[in-house]
Design a protein around this ligand. Structure first.
Ligand SMILES: [Cu+2]
Length: 209
């Protein structure tokens, strides 16, 4: 759910930056052309008191970016606090795999099955080095640290198979430390919990013994 907002924030950042860029370069090129050598212009002496203009333009851009900054901080803080009643999934990272445990104890490797339309809280820790739990489709990533717990939460808005990556270089097979988050309809998820077999499409993955 915060994924859409993250996209809006990024878009706003790009738009504001582009506007400032166009304004600065536009005026620069325009004045460069307008006051080019040999162009008969009425050239008044340079104004010496430009204090108001400079403060105004600095404050305006600063305010625009400050608004974006507050927005980003607010979004970040909301992502760090899971809502009450979120379904907790325990994730343990190690070189080089993701181990996930469902609330009822069902375990799997490099796969995380989830029901759709639920708040999901991922509680993570690492057995060895620093990893990073990242699902680009959900616009989330969070470092996974040895010896302490970190969390990230999201709301599953639609079913599907989403790629899970390790986003922190963690050794030789870091690039292979990938998996899938599988969001299923509630009924299918309950069926899967009852019979958490291997995944036909990817026999290397599946339920841990
Ligand atoms: Cu890793």
């Amino acid at each position: 759910r915060t994924a859409a907002e993250t996209d809006w924030l990024l878009l706003a950042l790009v738009v504001v930056s582009a506007l400032v860029l166009v304004l600065v370069f536009g005026l620069m090129l325009y004045f460069g052309w307008r006051f080019r050598a040999g162009n008969p212009m009425r050239r008044r002496p340079l104004p010496t008191r430009t204090f108001g203009l400079e403060v105004g333009w600095t404050a305006a851009t600063m305010l625009a970016f400050f608004v974006l900054d507050v927005w980003a901080a607010d979004l970040y803080l909301r992502q760090m606090h899971a809502p009450e009643g979120a379904m907790k999934i325990a994730v343990t990272a190690k070189q080089w795999m993701w181990k996930a445990e469902q609330p009822n104890g069902v375990r799997e490797i490099n796969l995380v099955h989830l029901p759709v339309d639920r708040d999901i809280e991922i509680v993570m820790t690492s057995e060895d080095v620093i990893h990073d739990f990242s699902v680009p489709a959900f616009r989330i990533k969070r470092d996974v640290l040895p010896g302490r717990y970190t969390m990230i939460w999201f709301h599953t808005t639609r079913t599907g198979r989403f790629r899970l990556y390790c986003d922190q270089y963690c050794g030789l097979d870091h690039a292979l430390m990938v998996g899938h988050v599988i969001v299923m309809p509630a009924a299918a998820y309950r069926d899967w919990l009852d019979h958490p077999g291997g995944d036909a499409a990817s026999p290397a993955e599946g339920a841990a013994p």
